[in-house]
Write a protein that binds this ligand. Structure first.
Ligand code: MG
Length: 479
């Protein structure tokens, strides 16, 4: 019997509304409160770029060695169902910084999916960033690495809660000056083929910068900042430019990996994680510092071996298949997070903001909707606590898929970065059970009409309450 996706029973609708309302009211009260009466913990977020779910040793990659990340997992917590806020850089980063779906901050667009060097706008000043919230609590704050939330002064880190910024304002493949096919330019990349600026606060200090040295220099900056600010609470946002193509690594990491250039670059990022952890240990800060590691979106599959791997997940960067948004994620905080934990809870980069507030005894603002939840109860040992019932997968400003419990319904499917992206609007959504079928291979929509009706009610509730800010990504300089 055909299923009408729009058909909803009033009871289901009511239940869905109760569930959704109950989940969206902000941070649930945490019995843990602030972590320390003496001093709030330091927070370090290490954010890779375009790293796939299957690219770390601890997530099963056979030929990329990541001993430091593996150690983060063995001494801390590994997440298996952790999502980026979006499948491409700019909206993903906006979601992390604000704890809100990118569509709420206007950092999403169906036509210009990220910011470019000719973009005129960026993160709106009305948005509250993690750095602004922590700065209110006396934290020293540093943004190191790739920003990509606006390269003009009002949108740079130093005007959005960070004391300092050292890094690049947008992606490392922008400002390309070298000509040729991607194979000619990307397979053995030369740094002079990109006129990429390196910035210190609001000034360009080198252009083009030597991309071979980016990971190394970001690491030195982060370690220096940690040592310099060891006597006060600090927040470090270390957003690596790698492993986004074009791929670069310093001399010490040339030809070290069996996985080739991508593996070399990943192993340098792993080294960088080790340097940060060593600095925290050496300064006696390890037990008062929460370190997260994850990535902004999945692997860029069209670049073949220069892109990463989503492992057993379907799809990659730019897509709302799991491979585009589910990411490796590790949390490390010796003495607070027990060693060797695994969390299968549905969690997200949007949870970092409420977690940071929970750690510093702050409440979420009540004048806006948050999509994140505090991870503190999970980190403290309630490993599989379900902190959310639903997860919404947007591509640009359009809702493509919804997860509820183990179920994921695709309203629209589309591939990315190829001539024919095969965009399909599904009159009857595709339905997968992600726990039985994480690779999204077996559509069971016809077997579970009640699940589809339930998800339809969630969507109606979500969309009827959505207040989307006008997009900030389509305004171009001079136009
Ligand atoms: Mg990215």
């Amino acid at each position: 019997m055909p299923i009408s996706f729009r058909t909803q029973s009033p009871v289901l609708c009511f239940l869905a509304a109760v569930l959704l309302f109950g989940c969206s009211g902000g941070v649930k009260s945490s019995e843990y409160g602030a972590a320390s009466a003496d001093r709030s913990p330091n927070i370090v977020i290490i954010f890779a770029d375009d790293l796939g779910y299957g690219d770390l040793g601890v997530y099963g990659h056979p030929t990329i060695r990541t001993p430091n990340l593996d150690r983060m997992a063995s001494e801390g917590m590994k997440f298996t169902q952790f999502y980026a806020a979006a499948s491409v850089c700019t909206p993903s980063r906006a979601g992390l910084m604000t704890g809100r779906l990118p569509i709420r901050s206007g950092m999403a667009s169906d036509t210009r999916r990220v910011l470019f060097p000719d973009s005129r706008l960026g993160i709106p000043s009305e948005e509250i960033t993690i750095a602004e919230a922590l700065k209110d609590r006396g934290y020293a704050t540093a943004a190191i690495g790739k920003w990509h939330l606006g390269h003009l002064p009002p949108f740079l880190p130093t005007n959005n809660g960070f004391d300092s910024f050292f890094g690049i304002p947008y992606s490392n493949d922008m400002d390309q000056v070298g000509k040729g096919t991607w194979r000619e330019v990307f397979v053995d990349p030369k740094t002079e083929n990109w006129n990429l600026p390196l910035m210190r606060n609001e000034e360009i200090i080198e252009r083009p910068t030597d991309q071979n040295l980016l990971t190394k220099r970001y690491t030195e900056e982060a370690v220096g900042f940690i040592r310099e600010h060891k006597a006060e609470p600090f927040f470090v946002y270390l957003a690596h430019s790698m492993v986004h193509v074009p791929l670069f690594r310093s001399e010490a990491f040339e030809d070290v990996s069996r996985r080739g250039l991508y593996g070399d670059v990943m192993e340098e990022i792993d080294w960088s994680v080790g340097q940060v952890m060593n600095a925290l240990r050496e300064e006696g800060l390890a037990e008062n510092t929460l370190v997260f590691f994850t990535s902004d979106n999945g692997p860029w599959l069209v670049y073949e071996t220069l892109g990463g791997s989503a492992g057993l997940l379907r799809g990659g960067k730019g897509m709302t298949w799991e491979g585009g948004m589910r990411e490796p994620a590790l949390a490390w905080w010796p003495g607070t997070i027990a060693a060797g934990q695994v969390s299968e809870s549905v969690t997200s980069t949007m949870d970092f903001f409420p977690t940071a507030l929970d750690l510093t005894g702050q409440k979420l603002a009540t004048d806006r909707v948050y999509d994140g939840q505090s991870l503190l109860p999970i980190l403290k040992g309630d490993t599989d606590l379900e902190i959310r019932d639903t997860y919404f997968y947007y591509r640009g400003a359009t809702l493509y898929a919804v997860r509820k419990g183990p179920w994921k319904a695709h309203l629209i499917t589309e591939w990315a970065y190829q001539k024919d992206t095969k965009r399909t609007v599904h009159v009857i959504p595709l339905l997968y059970n992600l726990e039985h079928d994480p690779s999204e291979q077996f559509d069971v929509a016809y077997d579970y009409p009640d699940v589809l009706a339930d998800i339809a009610a969630e969507i109606e509730e979500h969309q009827s309450n959505m207040v989307a800010r006008p997009t900030q990504l389509e305004a171009v300089i001079g136009k």
